[in-house]
Design a protein around this ligand. Structure first.
Ligand code: TXA
Ligand code: MG
Length: 313
C-alpha cells in the first residue's frame, strides 16, 4: 500500500512501520525510540532479535543523541561520506534501546542521501531504525515493488523510485580510535583509508557483531552457481538446460536466458538486485553467474553474489 510523505510521518509517529526509500536499498523503518514499533520491524521481517538495526538520522548533529562519543576519526568519516552509503558503528549511549542494538554496547548510525529519506528525517525529527525491507535472508529490495513482493501488499510503502547505489551501505566500526570494515559496500577500503589517514585494524580488541554474515543472506529462491571464468560458465551451461545466466560487461551468446550487468561497477551495483529478482521470477533450476573481476571496485558486488550462492557452493 503506497502512502505519501505526510502519511508516512503520521504513521511513524503513531508507532507503525513504513518501508522507505534510501539510496542503497529500501528500509523497513520505525521510530527508533519506540520499542513497540521496533518489535514490529523484527516481527515483519521474521528477523532474529540478535541482529541489531541501523538508526538513520538527518545529520551529523544528531550523532551524540545516540552515540556516547563522536571521535575525531568518526567525524572524518562522517564529513567525507555523509549523507551517503556509509554506516558508522559507535559506542552507544545507555538510553538507546537494547532492542535496536540487540544488546550490543554499540549503535549503528547512517545519514542517508536519498532526497525522500532526508525530507522524512528532517520533517519528522525522528531517528529511524531501518533494516532492509525484505524477509530475513532474502534479496534486498531496490524498488517499492520488490518490497511488496517480499513483505506482502499490506505493507505501507513510501515510493521513492529505484535505488541508485543498489547494494547495502559499507559498515565501519570506529572504536578506541581504530576502524574496521564490518560489511563491504560501494565505499571502498582504500577510500576509507585515505580519509582515515591510517590503515584499518583487522581485529579490534572488542570485536563487534559481524553484520549480514548469515550463511544464506541476500539469497534469491533459485540456487546460484558462481564461475570465475566465462569459459567455465559456458561449458557448464551446455550440461544444464534449465538455467539463466548473469554475465558482466558484454555477451555474444544467446543460447540461454542471458542477463548482463554493466562493465561499470557503480552501474552494476545499481542493477544487481533488480536483475536477480527478475532472474528469480523465471523459475529456472539454476542461475549461472559470472563473477566480476577480483578488483577492489567489484569486491562488494562479489561479496553479495557469494552470499547469494551459499546454498549451492
Ligand atoms: O544500506 C543499508 O545499510 C540499508 C539501508 C536501509 O540503510 N540497511 C541495511 O540494514 O542493510 P540491515 O539490517 O539489512 O543490515 C544492517 C546490518 C546488520 O547485518 C546488522 O548486523 C549490522 O548492520 N549492525 C547493526 N547494528 C550494529 C552494531 N551495533 N554493531 C555491529 N553491526 C551492527
Ligand atoms: Mg538486510
Amino acid at each position: 500500500m503506497l502512502v505519501n510523505l505526510a502519511q508516512a510521518i503520521t504513521l511513524l509517529k503513531q508507532g507503525e512501520v513504513v518501508a522507505i526509500p534510501t539510496e542503497t536499498v529500501y528500509g523497513l523503518a520505525a521510530d527508533a525510540r519506540n520499542e513497540q514499533a521496533i518489535k514490529k520491524i523484527y516481527f515483519t521481517k521474521e528477523r532474529p532479535a540478535s541482529n541489531p538495526l541501523i538508526v538513520h538520522i538527518a545529520s551529523s548533529e544528531q550523532v551524540l543523541d545516540w552515540a556516547k562519543e563522536f571521535s575525531p576519526l568518526a567525524k572524518k568519516f562522517a564529513d567525507a561520506f555523509w549523507p551517503g552509503p556509509l554506516t558508522l558503528v559507535l559506542p552507544a549511549r545507555e538510553n538507546v534501546s537494547k532492542i535496536v542494538r540487540a544488546g550490543e554496547p554499540t549503535v549503528a548510525l547512517r545519514v542517508p542521501a536519498h532526497p525522500v529519506a532526508r525530507e522524512l528525517l528532517l520533517q519528522s525529527k525522528l531517528g529511524l531504525a531501518a533494516p532492509s525491507a525484505n524477509k530475513y535472508t532474502q534479496l534486498s529490495p531496490t524498488t517499492a515493488q520488490h518490497v511488496s513482493e517480499s513483505l506482502g501488499e499490506n505493507i505501507v510503502v513510501l515510493d521513492g523510485g529505484a535505488c541508485k547505489v543498489g547494494i547495502e551501505s559499507t559498515i565501519v566500526s570506529v572504536l578506541d580510535n581504530q576502524w574496521q570494515i564490518l560489511r563491504l559496500g560501494m565505499i571502498s577500503a582504500s577510500e576509507l583509508e585515505a580519509v582515515a589517514g591510517m590503515p584499518a585494524q583487522e581485529n579490534q580488541g572488542y570485536l563487534p557483531k559481524a553484520p549480514g554474515q548469515h550463511r544464506l543472506h541476500y539469497s534469491p529462491k533459485t540456487p546460484i552457481k558462481l564461475f570465475e571464468s566465462r569459459e567455465a560458465l559456458l561449458a557448464f551451461s551446455k550440461t544444464e538446460q534449465d538455467c539463466a545466466m548473469l554475465l558482466t560487461g558484454w555477451s555474444d551468446t544467446s543460447s540461454h536466458k542471458t542477463y548482463i550487468l554493466s562493465a561499470d561497477p557503480s552501474k552494476a551495483a545499481e542493477q544487481l538486485y533488480d536483475t536477480l529478482h527478475q532472474m528469480d521470477a523465471l523459475n529456472v533450476n539454476t542461475l549461472l553467474v559470472e563473477l566480476p573481476p577480483n578488483d577492489e571496485a567489484w569486491l562488494a558486488i562479489r561479496d553479495r553474489l557469494q552470499r547469494a550462492s551459499q546454498k549451492l557452493n
